[in-house]
Design a protein around this ligand. Structure first.
Ligand code: C5P
Ligand code: MG
Length: 192
């Protein structure tokens, strides 16, 4: 299995690049944001709680996301590998993932971080919000809060993988296909 953690601030292109990666390398796309939004749309009590958290740009508790991740991996244990998109968001989640994957005889292969500066992120998120209807992409102060949460809670996850020599950074600005070429070069270095 090849398991990729795709990393980067909100709006860095994780979802866009993941769509291209899964097609080329036949991996399963595990987007925790998509799973959470699906739960939110279901209108369940849990969905309402998730909606409140997402719409404020905060993070859903570790245990709740971890449960979703484990269920997804279990359901797809015959996959060639996974792209973890939007997860792990905290060091606790990263430690948990490192303990969980060996149950499936596998481990994280690489964390690929998409590098995009903050002004560009805000522009991208606002233009996505105008078409997607995502409430958390339409309000500047929520966007700023998400970027703050990223700095405080998620950036430390980078060091976690750096220490394991599993970290690589890719320039995330420019033409989508050019970014994808850089992404592929990096992935293939770690696939050997
Ligand atoms: O990953 P994505 O940017 O799509 O996530 C959207 C929102 O979902 C986040 O801003 C956060 O509120 C929530 N989320 C979370 N924990 C995760 C992934 C997403 O709380 N691991
Ligand atoms: Mg996304």
């Amino acid at each position: 299995m090849f398991n990729l953690v795709i990393f980067g601030p909100p709006g860095s292109g994780k979802g866009t690049q993941s769509d291209k990666i899964i097609e080329k390398y036949q991996l399963k796309h595990l987007s925790t944001g998509d799973l959470l939004r699906a739960e939110k749309r279901s209108g369940s009590e849990l969905g309402k709680e998730i909606q409140r958290i997402i719409d404020n740009g905060e993070l859903v508790p570790d245990a709740m996301v971890q449960q979703m991740v484990k269920a997804f991996v279990e359901k797809n244990k015959d996959a060639n590998g996974f792209i973890f998109d939007g997860f792990p968001r905290t060091v606790q989640q990263a430690q948990w993932l490192d303990q969980m994957l060996p149950d499936f005889n596998t481990s994280v292969s690489l964390m690929l971080s998409l590098d995009v500066e903050e002004d560009e992120l805000k522009k991208r998120l606002l233009s996505r919000g105008a078409v997607s209807g995502r409430a958390d992409d339409q309000n500047v102060s929520i966007i700023e809060n998400r970027i703050q949460v990223y700095h405080h809670q998620t950036i430390p996850v980078m060091d976690f993988y750096k220490k394991q020599m599993k970290y690589a950074k890719v320039e995330g600005v420019g033409d989508i296909d050019d970014i994808f070429k850089r992404v592929c070069l990096t992935i293939e270095k770690y696939m050997k």
